[in-house]
Design a protein around this ligand. Structure first.
Ligand code: GMT
Length: 373
């Protein structure tokens, strides 16, 4: 198959999933074309069957807003015509689903369109009445629409009310990139003592992530368990976290590590991860951590409760319940038997349900179905 993929190529989960899926399809012998504003960040080196087409938006001074959507659509149309694309896989509803439809019209070809909904394109932007009808249009005019969790699917029906079947296909990560390793030497290199526990939080530090809950929960854990908090990533709420950490006087227990390409290294130093968001369609960071062997405590928002089986492969708590989050964390960090049991169940479960082979098979079958094969 000849597949065009458009996504946000930055560090977000939707870009990661889109890239890994494209690479997996290329490995299976399909011809893959990434049509994006920048090289997707997980595409480190040249790969056979993969071509990258950069979308360059004209910054002409008459434009108050440079026309990314139109330029992208025109570029996709050019690639459809040049390479005889059969499928467009658009990740994130706005503007990508709509750009796919426009590109198809510009090209005049009968290319099939799959749109994958990732989360904030529905749970945040879907509430914006100035975008709702465009999102509904993008969904209804796509040939196939997938959602990364059942929770997101249900929310899409509730908020957008599209007249369209939506199929859930869970996210995955490339297992080989997240080997199950506990790196004692690296912990020492980062100044972590051997008897200290490590909690990791990987985030884009947006409001929906409730960073303040992560700090509060850690503070409560740290009062009882010798521990460090690793904060990885950057974003508007990082300063809020810093201020609260100072107020609580726990600066010496927190490592600010900024944006990192190779997050797997930090999971290898960690015992536990927190994801206490108020909205989270899936939580790809959970999957990455869990594959490495890091046990999660998540909020019960959105798809988190589909990724973590509460009490079996980690714990979920009510959004905002930092008492329960810390209680669960303390129980795990002070009971090696419980920790080991949960870790073993967790690795088995994520390898089964979110394996790259299983998930890529689902997408491949869906592509073939669109083409009537
Ligand atoms: O979490 C973010 O803010 C980034 C966003 C994105 O578009 O990359 O992540 C969304 O898509 C990911 C991949 O499907 C999901 O794992 C994240 O849960 C989802 N984020 C939210 O729903 C807040």
């Amino acid at each position: 198959m000849k597949i065009g993929i458009t996504c946000y190529p930055s560090m977000g989960g939707s870009g990661i999933v889109a890239t890994e899926l494209g690479l997996e399809m290329a490995k299976r012998g399909h011809e893959v074309h990434f049509i994006t504003s920048n090289m997707p960040f997980r595409m480190r080196e040249p790969v056979p069957n993969v071509t990258f087409h950069q979308v360059d938006v004209n910054q002409y001074s008459v434009f108050q807003y440079p026309p990314y959507d139109i330029t992208l659509s025109a570029k996709i149309a050019d690639v459809i015509n040049e390479y005889d694309l059969e499928i467009l896989h658009m990740h994130y509803a706005v503007p990508h689903a709509i750009c796919g439809i426009l590109a198809k019209q510009i090209s005049g070809k009968d290319v099939k369109i799959m749109t994958t909904l990732h989360g904030t394109d529905i749970t945040v932007l879907g509430y914006d009445t100035s975008l709702q009808s465009a999102i509904r249009f993008g969904i209804e005019k796509s040939d196939v629409v997938t959602s990364v969790s059942n929770s997101l699917k249900e929310e899409t029906y509730e908020i957008i009310q599209p007249n369209k079947e939506i199929e859930t296909i869970y996210n995955f990560v490339q297992e080989d990139s997240f080997p199950q390793v506990y790196n004692t030497q690296l912990r020492r290199d980062y100044g972590i003592e051997d008897d200290e526990k490590v909690i990791v939080f990987v985030s884009n530090f947006r409001k929906v992530k409730r960073v303040q809950d992560v700090v509060e929960s850690f503070y409560k854990v740290n009062k009882q368990v010798k521990s460090k908090l690793l904060l990885i990533g950057d974003g508007p709420e990082l300063q809020v976290a810093r201020d609260r950490i100072k107020e609580l006087g726990i600066e010496n227990h927190v490592l600010y590590l900024g944006k990192q390409d190779k997050v797997n290294i930090f999971y290898q130093m960690s015992d536990l991860t927190f994801l206490l968001s108020e909205k989270e369609s899936f939580g790809l960071v959970l999957l990455e951590a869990m594959l490495t062997g890091v046990v999660p405590i998540g909020s019960n928002a959105g798809g988190i409760k589909e990724v973590i089986k509460d009490g079996v492969t980690g714990y979920t708590v009510e959004v905002g319940d930092t008492d329960m989050a810390s209680e669960r964390a303390i129980a795990l960090l002070t009971n090696p038997k419980l920790y080991k049991e949960m870790q073993t169940a967790m690795i088995k479960d994520v390898k089964q349900r979110f394996s790259s082979q299983v998930v890529a098979d689902q997408y491949e079958a869906s592509y073939q179905q669109m083409l009537g094969e």
